[in-house]
Design a protein around this ligand. Structure first.
Ligand SMILES: CC(C)(COP(=O)(O)OP(=O)(O)OC[C@H]1O[C@@H](n2cnc3c(N)ncnc32)[C@H](O)[C@@H]1OP(=O)(O)O)[C@@H](O)C(=O)NCCC(=O)NCCS
Length: 157
């Protein structure tokens, strides 16, 4: 597997991954709506196919992971992308990598904490607020869990 920065030639594959995972290109977190197709991205590639996507933004000395998707889980794609994002952040002089996940996403919470990230904030009702910006966010998330809250995780670099 090869992880590399996305290029314009990846736009169709990126769009397909985002649409499949999130119902479109817009990701809403901490009250901000991002067009994920407009963000810098890392892609994981295997045998010439895009098998994973991480979009991010850098502000000051912090890298925020906006989306991370491994359409076929448990093949190491998410780990490779997160590790590459941390390397990229360090190279850019960042001191912190952070992201938002939601209260239902137990798989992601496991995944991130197993990779050294810490939960540093819980925002009750933040997803309910996001739903006012993106009404397609479902009321019920993974495992049938009511979807209400955001959790912030960070990795100090
Ligand atoms: C959360 C997510 C990004 C994780 O990505 P992933 O590619 O499944 O993660 P990995 O395969 O790197 O690691 C997952 C587990 O599989 C294991 N694994 C890795 N390679 C493996 C392999 N070849 N065979 C079997 N297991 C393997 C890893 O050890 C890891 O287990 P661990 O946590 O006990 O160490 C992915 O499940 C996903 O896209 N979820 C849906 C979207 C989402 O929720 N994104 C996060 C939003 S904040």
């Amino acid at each position: 597997m090869n992880v590399r920065p996305a290029t314009a030639a990846d736009s169709t594959a990126i769009s397909a991954i985002l649409t499949e995972a999130w119902g479109g290109h817009i990701a809403v977190a901490h009250g901000t709506a991002y067009d994920a197709t407009a963000l810098p991205a890392l892609v994981a590639e295997e045998d010439g196919r895009i098998v994973g996507l991480l979009t991010y933004t850098i502000e000051g000395d912090e890298l925020e992971v906006v989306t991370l998707d491994a359409p076929i889980p448990q093949l190491g794609v998410g780990s490779e992308l997160l590790s590459a994002a941390a390397d990229l952040a360090r190279a850019a002089g960042c001191r912190r990598l952070w992201l938002i996940t939601t209260n239902d996403n137990l798989d992601a919470l496991r995944f991130y904490q197993r990779r050294g990230m810490r939960i540093v904030a819980v925002s009750p009702g933040a997803v309910d607020h996001s739903r006012t910006l993106k009404p397609t966010i479902p009321e019920t998330g993974a495992y049938g869990i009511p979807l209400h809250d955001e959790l912030t995780l960070e990795l100090l670099l």
